[in-house]
Design a binder for this molecule. Structure first.
Ligand code: GLC
Length: 653
């Protein structure tokens, strides 16, 4: 369909709209007209083979208009504000956290009691992890949604969610929610009706009455949870059908080759955006499209779906940004940002999975070799995109390093990964880490890692053995990793509990529906009595908290740390030191971080090359760097943010 035909189609569709609405909702219709041609083209590229696609496009426009009409005034005001400041999410002032509402605060009411905690720490974006209605028992931490329009009654109600979001906004805190786009719970109405035999809903899933097609899919699809959920299909006895279940057997994959599924999920997305959500985290996006003969991941059509979602969201809820959860190879992750042009945009944000796994590699190997190679090899991201930088989240640490990079560092990929797993699960003799192997695949030898940041960094073992120096070192390591996460570019995530060094929480072993999934060991239940220690500088919690708070406050002050300017990775000629430069028009900050347990030196020439005087102050401590002769001295785990003002400090107001 060319642009003339698209304009004609739009005119025809709008004919059925009330003329008064066209005037009253001028902004909406202007945005629709602006994006319509791209919407139509993307729709044709996905569903072009279907008859009467114009009718479907008409229904899509109806969904958009209905959700626009339901959009609250406050959300529309934010739309206007963000349209004037479209790159708001690149600011260095953003700092986020993520948590399960029930484990953090009991429920939504409890959450309102703890808003002060975010303000005190310096958090201004909170990711409330899955909180929609899901079955009791196994539900993958809420990632098996039964009803996208209701809050889990154990957590609260939709009205309470609206009011918490309102309250957070009033306190200057933005809100992120999950949208589990790839699959539903097997108890979602669509699944129930599919099981009951309704063809319309069977077509919402990948359902087959024998193994022929499932076997064809299986031939090339990898397994996500080989230990607890092997295979990608599950037999449903009541329906006498096989259904595709890439994750757990109770999570049914939605079939986006059916355009009805797209419309349903678009409506859900806009419904959630209308709660005033600032960021929608799209779960498991690489899996949105499956094709026999492929891995069923990262297919072009999955990108087209995201582009179409993004455009529709821009028409109804331009204030909301999208975040991709794509735990895949670096070259694939960056594709989820899309391209700079309107029709090519996908998600504004994505987890920086590569940075995360490379940082853990630094800790285990005490070498930055793989880190530098891995990051240097990453493709540029579009100017309007940014990362979420983090060291821990609710999921395991997968070892997604590129084999070639490992080889180039002189290691064998298989043995290297095994070393990393052994190191963090404490099997390696020198290691003080207390993580656990996750999803060991006996066939391939692959494994991933579970455990809280503090436990992986040795805090648990040091406390258990009353090793005061070990405690100091673990705290230093935690802050060191967070110093990189806070300065390398992107929105840092302070994973809940890390602000006080939460250790592994083994209580999941007593919960039958969680016992088999050791990711629960790093999804702690917050004990607010223990949290109260954060005010006491004599406690481990208080020591970590004060440093974290200061780190975040410092980050927010330094405009050169905004994601508008990408970090320039440097070679400090020392494999134990991470070095990069951040700059803006008026400031340059050189970050140096010693990731080893031994004092390191870096030649002063690196400062010279960056145009930074040797006597500039470290922005965190306010002190100049320790120099010896022609070298900067970095004690174990020491990090410096050496900041140079181009125009001199006095002109820096
Ligand atoms: C995402 C979530 C993970 C979940 C999976 C299936 O990867 O982060 O926790 O198990 O999706 O929904």
């Amino acid at each position: 369909m060319n642009s003339k035909q698209a304009s004609y189609l739009l005119a025809t569709l709008l004919d059925s709209y009330d003329k008064k609405a066209l005037v009253a909702d001028r902004e909406f219709f202007t945005r629709l007209a602006f994006h319509f041609r791209d919407i139509v083209q993307l729709a044709y590229s996905l569903y072009g083979g279907r008859s009467h696609l114009e009718v479907w496009i008409g229904r899509l426009v109806d969904v958009l208009y209905a959700q626009h009409s339901a959009r609250p005034k406050a959300a529309r005001a934010v739309d206007e504000q963000r349209l004037r400041d479209p790159l708001w999410y690149l600011s260095q002032e953003l700092v986020s956290t993520m948590f399960y509402v029930d484990r953090f605060a009991g429920d939504l009411k409890g959450l309102e009691q703890h808003i002060d905690h975010f303000c005190d720490l310096g958090i201004n974006l909170v990711h409330l992890m899955p909180l929609l209605d899901c079955p009791e028992g196994a539900n993958d931490g809420g990632y098996a949604v039964r009803d996208y329009r209701a809050v889990d009654p154990r957590i609260g109600t939709m009205e309470q969610l609206d009011s918490v979001i309102d309250e957070l906004h009033k306190r200057g805190i933005l809100v992120q929610l999950d949208l589990v786009v790839n699959h539903t719970s097997d108890q979602h109405q669509w699944a129930v009706r599919a099981r009951g035999g309704e063809q319309k809903y069977r077509d919402y899933f990948y359902m087959y009455d024998d193994r022929t097609i499932p076997d064809e899919f299986e031939a090339s699809m990898p397994e996500v949870f080989p230990e607890s959920a092997p295979g990608n299909f599950t037999w449903i006895p009541d329906a006498e059908r096989w259904v595709m279940t890439v994750f757990h057997d109770y999570q049914w994959d939605l079939n986006y080759t059916n355009p009805e599924v797209f419309l349903e999920m678009l409506d859900v997305m806009l419904f959630l955006a209308n709660r005033g959500v600032d960021v929608l985290r799209l779960d498991a996006v690489p899996y949105l499209w499956k094709k026999i003969g492929t891995t069923g991941q990262n297919l072009d059509e999955a990108h087209t779906i995201l582009r179409l979602f993004r455009l529709c969201l821009s028409v109804v809820a331009p204030a909301s940004a999208l975040m991709a959860e794509a735990v895949v190879q670096p070259s694939e992750i960056v594709r989820y940002f899309g391209t700079d042009d309107w029709a090519g945009r996908e998600c504004e944000m994505a987890y920086h999975v590569s940075l995360m796994v490379l940082l853990w590699d630094c800790i285990a190997t005490r070498s930055t070799q793989l880190f530098r190679r891995g990051l240097a090899g990453m493709p540029q991201i579009p100017r309007e995109a940014t990362w979420f930088t983090y060291i821990r989240c609710h999921d395991d640490i997968g070892l997604g390093y590129a084999d070639d990079d490992i080889r180039a560092c002189g290691f064998d990929p298989y043995l290297h990964r095994r070393f990393i797993v052994d190191y963090f699960t404490g099997r390696y003799p020198e290691s003080r880490a207390t993580g656990a192997p996750f999803m060991v695949n006996p066939r391939t030898g692959d494994a991933r890692i579970s455990g809280s940041a503090a436990s992986l960094l040795g805090l648990e073992a040091a406390l258990d053995s009353n090793d005061a120096r070990g405690v100091d070192a673990a705290i230093d390591r935690l802050l060191l990793l967070y110093s990189i996460v806070c300065s390398i570019g992107g929105i840092p995530i302070i994973y809940y509990g890390d602000e006080v060094g939460y250790l592994n929480d083994y209580s999941y072993l007593d919960e039958p529906d969680k016992r088999e999934d050791n990711r629960w060991m790093h999804r702690p239940r917050i004990d607010w009595n223990k949290m109260a220690r954060l005010r006491d500088p004599q406690t481990v919690e208080g020591r970590i908290y004060a440093r974290m708070q200061h780190l975040l406050a410092t980050r927010k002050r330094l405009a050169e740390l905004s994601a508008l300017h990408q970090a320039q990775l440097l070679d400090p000629a020392n494999d134990h030191v991470v070095a990069y430069l951040r700059y803006s028009a008026d400031h340059r900050t050189l970050v140096l971080a010693n990731i080893s347990d031994v004092t390191q030196i870096v030649a002063l020439s690196i400062l010279e090359e960056c145009g930074i005087e040797p006597d500039v102050a470290d922005a965190i401590s306010g002190q100049p760097a320790q120099l010896e002769g022609d070298y900067v001295v970095l004690r174990p785990y020491r990090f410096l943010w050496l900041r140079h003002s181009v125009f001199g400090e006095e002109q820096n107001l």
